[in-house]
Design a protein around this ligand. Structure first.
Ligand code: C2O
Ligand code: CU
Ligand code: CU
Length: 516
């Protein structure tokens, strides 16, 4: 049975967004900083820099054996204080948002048993994981609520909510991650067919860090000077609950932007730091929002980032950056050196791609001097192997754009096709490297499951700084062609390629590839 994504949007209804025929003015608007439309919060917004930065707790395994750690995590509603004085109901892993951080080791099997105590089906995907297909979190491999009715269960099995090829389970399911991959900053999030955007918005996301020996040997900042930062935007109702449009896909076909900037679930937080080096693992976990990050010290002085890692792990060598561009799904591992900054100074992390209050992200407050044994070595990943194009390498093209699929219905499509579970766009061989070409009409952050890739060209030019290293997500800007070399290592089976703008993803901008 063909399982098409239900979600499309009426071309005419899209008038509030881009419109059916987009004139020159429209396109220049679309070519701007963030694709998407702001959903305004009801009620007052919190003051920036009024709350401390939270750091999500690290999960503890329920048991460990030789070569494996077992975790149990429960998806449930939790009530948390995000806006001072108000409570927000989150759908969280263990009832918190962000969910617990999993600290895993390369080559050590991690088994995550997820129990669904929400009222909706879920799917958990480890983004950046080299994972066997049955544990990869395919959108129709549903985990139904533990307390679902027999009717719901029957319905799911008959394909109403799951699709007949979906591997549906009820109550709990175990995801197995062999993690034969290098140290890297991964994240996990909901991937339910047609509902990833609203479910991630409500809180179903967290960090998953992989460490390895190579990284252990590097004198990088560690311990409480190694902090993951999940950036995402949200909007709120007057009572503090998350605001998300009911018919989000029709009213916000370009994507939903919030008007409150969260870092690790807190609005515009502050982190007190010592005048030393810190490692920050930046993640853009927003549905749609893009970031152009800068560090602004007092009196207009600029700070600088030293990038040490990308989506797939450490770079071969550190890269100093004044600006970091991040599209949804991307990670950037950086060191910020606060040494030499006088105690009492404040440094603001800003998003120059945003407008108004969303230009602020968070603030660092240097409160003391301290001893610092860390260093940024000139060489990081010694095993980094740079891929080069060769003759005879399979070349494939994937075009990401809005398409009229008939009856005035517009959908986000890949190569003109809305997602279907049984359309295979490519069949790369296990162990091979292919040259993939992504083109687009809009901003589309293109993400591949399983395969890591290296960007070799952007708009016919060399890659941008944000393209360095091993990637699994790459920002493709309006009318741009991005070429990557993708390595299909790990497992045979069905995987996906999709846009990581979550509203686009839910509106069918996904496709399958089958590793053979
Ligand atoms: Cu982070 Cu298939 O997604
Ligand atoms: Cu992924
Ligand atoms: Cu998109």
């Amino acid at each position: 049975m063909r399982r098409l994504s239900r979600r499309g949007f009426l071309g005419l209804a899209a008038g509030a967004g881009a419109g059916v025929i987009v004139g020159a003015a429209g396109w220049s608007r679309l070519a701007g900083a963030s694709t998407g439309r702001v959903l305004a919060s009801a009620g007052p917004l919190p003051k920036p820099f009024g709350v401390p930065l939270p750091v999500p707790p690290v999960a503890r395994p329920v048991r460990s054996e030789r070569g494996a750690d077992f975790y149990e995590v429960e998806q449930r509603e939790g009530r948390v204080e995000i806006l001072p004085g108000r409570k927000t109901a989150v759908w969280g892993y263990d009832g918190i948002f962000p969910g617990p951080t999993f600290a895993a080791r390369s080559g050590r099997r991690t088994v995550l048993q997820v129990r669904n105590n929400l009222t909706v089906p879920t799917v958990t995907h480890l983004h950046g994981g080299v994972t066997p297909p049955e544990s990869d979190g395919y959108p129709t491999d549903l985990l139904l609520p533990a307390r679902c009715s027999p009717g719901q269960a029957r319905q799911a099995h008959s394909g109403m909510t799951g699709g007949h090829d979906g591997r549906t389970t009820v109550g709990y399911r175990s995801y197995e991650y062999p993690l034969s991959q290098q140290a890297a900053t991964l994240w996990y999030h909901d991937h339910r067919m047609d509902f990833s955007a609203p479910q991630v918005w409500r809180g179903l996301a967290g960090f998953f860090l992989i460490g390895d020996q190579e990284e252990d040997r590097l004198p990088l900042p560690g311990g409480d000077r190694d902090i993951p930062l999940m950036l995402c935007d949200r909007s709120f109702e007057e009572d503090g609950s998350f605001r998300y449009p009911d018919h989000g896909h029709d009213a916000f076909p370009d994507g939903v932007l919030g008007d409150v900037q969260l870092v690790n679930g807190a609005p515009w937080p502050v982190l007190e730091v010592s005048a030393t080096r810190y490692r920050f693992r930046l993640l853009n976990a927003s549905n749609t929002r893009r970031y152009q990050l800068r560090l602004e010290a007092e009196k207009g002085r600029r700070g600088r980032f030293i990038q040490i890692g990308s989506d797939g792990g450490l770079l071969a060598a550190p890269q100093p950056l004044d600006t970091i561009d991040m599209a949804p799904g991307e990670r950037c591992d950086v060191v910020i050196d606060f040494a030499g900054i006088s105690v009492g100074s404040r440094i603001t992390l800003r998003n120059t791609a945003a407008e108004g209050g969303m230009r602020d992200v968070m603030r660092f407050h240097v409160v003391r001097t301290a001893r610092d044994d860390s260093r940024i070595p000139a060489r990081l990943a010694t095993s980094f192997d740079k891929l080069t194009p060769s003759k005879g390498m399979p070349v494939r093209a994937f075009d990401f754009r809005r398409t009229n699929t008939g009856e005035d219905r517009q959908m986000w499509t890949i190569n003109g096709q809305p997602f279907s579970t049984d359309t295979v766009l490519a069949s790369p061989r296990l162990g091979s490297v292919e040259r993939w070409r992504f083109s687009s009409d809009f901003h589309h952050p293109v993400h591949a499951h399983l395969a890591q890739f290296q960007v070799i060209a952007r708009g016919g030019r060399p890659p941008a700084p944000a393209d360095a290293g091993w990637k699994d997500t790459v920002d493709v800007r309006p009318y741009e062609v991005v070429e990557v070399l993708a390595r299909f290592a790990g497992y045979k089976g069905r995987y996906m390629l999709h846009c990581h703008n979550l509203e686009h993803e839910d509106m069918a901008m996904m496709g399958n590839f089958q590793v053979i």
